[in-house]
Design a protein around this ligand. Structure first.
Ligand SMILES: Nc1ncnc2c1ncn2[C@@H]1O[C@H](COP(=O)(O)OP(=O)(O)OP(=O)(O)O)[C@@H](O)[C@H]1O
Length: 272
């Protein structure tokens, strides 16, 4: 595989790729967009406590598309929440763009989440009073005075998402697929180290969902974006470079270049 040096993390997902230029990378600091090292997370305490993540280690190289799958309750959301700093692990380390996010203050973590991480949700989560373009540029405005909008990048994202004709429409005037494309452009506007997508096609019909997955794939291939996506759908997972298969809070398998059929078969073996 490409550029693997020394002993990598337990599950390192390598793919030769165009790599996105980030501040951390250009400084030669980070190889991985996201890295989890022996992450453990328990919900609740004592006898009622549930081990949601049990010593999970994995690393996502820049410019890769990874899917997380597994039975209900296997820890997928918890992994996404820990990787994005929404929840703090009990043990272990989470790095985003080479920064140990556990060492950050709440303020610094909020800033990192706003500027270095993009989020895409099943329900789009757009602000209804803002136009498509205003929704897309909101993260830059929230970043405050220091941040300036990169207009060329905005235009490229509008091209990628095919929203040219709709940029001045409000979410209520857009289809579900179009709203999700706005959400994807919004997630990328700050050129984040990673985009976390939680069931991004869950609320869409098959054809709109496929367009979303093709868009994410293109952004990985052509822009070098790193994407981590939770999905229950083997067809959606087949757009990823690799599938992390979770069961009982552990990564039990990594399926590389997965086909929908391979994924479905492996999940059926787990009783999903
Ligand atoms: N806030 C919480 N309090 C108590 N237990 C929790 C909490 N959040 C998650 N859990 C438990 O942790 C385990 C992992 O949950 P998690 O939501 O990460 O699984 P998941 O794979 O995302 O499930 P699903 O596919 O159903 O969304 C489950 O046993 C769940 O019941």
């Amino acid at each position: 595989m490409h550029g693997h040096v020394g002993k990598g993390p337990e599950h390192s997902l390598e793919r030769p790729s165009t790599r996105i230029a980030t501040g951390a990378e250009s400084a030669g600091e980070a190889r991985w967009a996201v890295r989890l090292t022996e992450v453990r997370k328990t919900h609740g305490q004592g006898q009622g406590g549930v081990i949601a993540l049990d010593n999970v280690s994995t690393a996502l190289p820049y410019g890769t598309f990874t899917a997380i799958m597994g039975p209900s309750g296997s820890g997928k959301s918890t992994l996404l929440h820990c990787a994005s700093g929404l929840e703090r692990p009990d043990q272990g380390m989470v790095e985003v763009g080479g920064r140990d996010i556990g060492a950050l203050s709440e303020t610094a973590l909020t800033k990192l989440r706003r500027e270095r991480i993009g989020f895409v949700f099943q329900g789009f989560n757009l602000l209804p009073a803002l136009t498509a373009e205003q929704n897309i540029t909101l993260p830059v405005r929230l970043a405050g005075r220091r941040a300036t909008l990169d207009r060329d990048w905005l235009e490229r994202l509008i091209d990628y998402t095919g929203l040219g004709e709709r940029r001045h429409h409000r979410p209520g005037e857009l289809s579900g697929g179009q709203q999700q494309r706005v959400a994807i452009a919004r997630a990328l506007i700050t050129r984040p180290d990673v985009v976390f997508a939680d069931e991004p096609t869950g609320a869409l019909d098959t054809s709109s969902g496929r367009k979303i997955l093709e868009l994410l794939r293109r952004l990985v291939e052509e822009v070098g974006q790193t994407v981590l996506m939770v999905t229950h759908d083997p067809a959606a997972a087949s757009y990823a470079d690799a599938v992390l298969l979770l069961a009982d809070g552990r990564i039990i398998d990594v399926l590389r270049r997965p086909s929908a059929a391979t994924v479905a078969e492996r999940l059926a073996g787990l009783g999903v």
